[in-house]
Design a protein. Structure first.
Length: 78
């Protein structure tokens, strides 16, 4: 079993999962960190803050604000 914990992933474990020789699970601490990061993103969306690649376009178009519908696509289900 490969446990995604944010520190121990190896090329060998990626290959094992990709080739179907092993299964993968997300460590509870990694899930907590992802939830905290999502809260930061959701707060930026609620406050309509300019965030590169989230509420703005990318590269030379970075000063172009994305419309609210496009930003909502980042929200996922529910």
């Amino acid at each position: 079993m490969v446990v995604l914990d944010g520190t121990s992933l190896t090329i060998g474990s990626v290959a094992a999962v990709a080739e179907g020789r092993d299964e993968v699970v997300l460590a509870p601490a990694a899930r907590d960190r992802m939830a905290a990061a999502r809260e930061v993103v959701e707060e930026a969306l609620r406050l309509n803050l300019p965030v590169y690649g989230l509420t703005t376009a990318l590269a030379e178009r970075k000063s172009v604000a994305l419309d609210a519908a496009a930003s909502q696509d980042f929200g996922g289900p529910g």
